[in-house]
Write a protein that binds this ligand. Structure first.
Ligand SMILES: C[S@@+](CC[C@H](N)C(=O)[O-])C[C@H]1O[C@@H](n2cnc3c(N)ncnc32)[C@H](O)[C@@H]1O
Length: 222
């Protein structure tokens, strides 16, 4: 079941305020513009939301509709069996790099704090089981590519990332589960050179998603 990130129980203006009050714009000055994309409430009260200036005063729906015209063909999936605090940050990064959709696998509820309300502009789909994610991906010919430094992983740095794919991330503690590993075409590791066994899950997501951007938006060969 696909939903626009959790808007039903939060007041639009209040929840979307981020950072110091000078972020964003104040009330519209002068004659109100006749543009169906603009939100009458925001024109009157000002717009301090966590959105780029291009979308100032735009309604949530108009922003999502505009983003939908440009979304990249990669998907982001995260295992959620232990309410990992990183999920919110991964969703925010998926918004920044304009993923087609974000897939939460396991528990439906996840901690949205790290998302900074970016989940509102992102299509978030819930799958109770990994099999559900696997069949979703298979129906759309999307290879599922795991991101984890497991035995048998191959380097992300030299891997030819496909444009259309699902990038699957594990949880902070256990990492990718064996069931998740089983549905992956390949599992990619991010090179490390220090003593730590791994890097933070949301940091790993940012690196992997940016690797996709460098490959498919900037055409940089691995
Ligand atoms: C903190 S790691 C825990 C699992 C990790 N395999 C370990 O043994 O510590 C949690 C998640 O972050 C991502 N991750 C962290 N370090 C990574 C690395 N060097 N390469 C690929 N993914 C990594 C993976 O998605 C992993 O499932």
């Amino acid at each position: 079941m696909r939903e626009l990130g959790g808007e039903e129980n939060r007041d639009l203006i209040g929840a979307d305020m981020v950072g110091p009050s000078e972020v964003g714009v104040g009330p519209w000055q002068g004659e109100l513009p006749d543009d169906p994309r603009l939100d009458p409430e925001l024109l009157v009260s000002g717009d301090r939301r966590n959105v780029v200036d291009k979308y100032r005063y735009w309604t949530l729906e108009a922003i999502v509709a505009d983003l939908d015209l440009q979304r990249n063909p990669f998907h982001v999936a995260i295992e959620n069996w232990q309410h990992d605090l990183n999920i919110g940050s991964v969703v925010r990064t998926a918004n920044a790099f304009l993923a087609a959709e974000v897939h939460i696998v396991g528990n439906r509820k996840w901690n949205r704090r790290g998302a900074m309300v970016t989940d509102r502009y992102q299509h978030v789909r819930h799958h109770p089981r990994l099999e559900d994610l696997a069949s979703y991906a298979a129906e759309r010919q999307l290879p599922v590519i795991g991101i984890d430094n497991l035995p048998g992983s191959v380097p992300l740095e030299t891997y030819e990332l496909p444009a259309a794919c699902v990038l699957l991330f594990g949880q902070e503690g256990p990492g990718l589960t064996a069931d998740a590993h089983a549905i992956c075409t390949d599992v990619l590791s991010i090179a490390q050179f220090g003593s730590t066994r791994s890097i933070n899950a949301s940091a790993a997501a940012a690196i992997a998603l940016h690797a996709w951007i460098r490959r498919h938006t900037f055409g940089q060969k691995p």
